[in-house]
Write a new protein. Structure first.
Length: 86
């Protein structure tokens, strides 16, 4: 899985804007990307939300994304928001 790190300063960024930026970047390589999973550490939310465990120190939602074909892991502002696309 390719990891991409986006850092934005000077403006407030929320989950929606972070997700739109992440998807736009992925569209450069994947015509119709599908969002597999995400994390919003600002609000303490993630999806799939049923995956609560950690596996070898990694959050379950992230393991889910990698094991279900995730091609891109987009981190915004040091993992405030994370999106995994295939």
């Amino acid at each position: 899985m390719q990891a991409v790190d986006i850092r934005i300063s000077g403006i407030e960024i929320d989950f929606e804007l972070a997700g739109n930026l992440a998807e736009d970047l992925v569209r450069r390589d994947i015509e119709s990307p599908m969002l597999l999973c995400w994390s919003d550490s600002v609000k303490g939310l993630h999806s799939p939300s049923g995956v609560q465990c950690e596996i070898k120190g990694e959050p379950g939602w992230e393991v889910y994304g990698r094991s279900h074909g995730g091609q891109y892991r987009i981190s915004v502002n040091n993992d405030e928001y994370v999106f995994i696309f295939c």
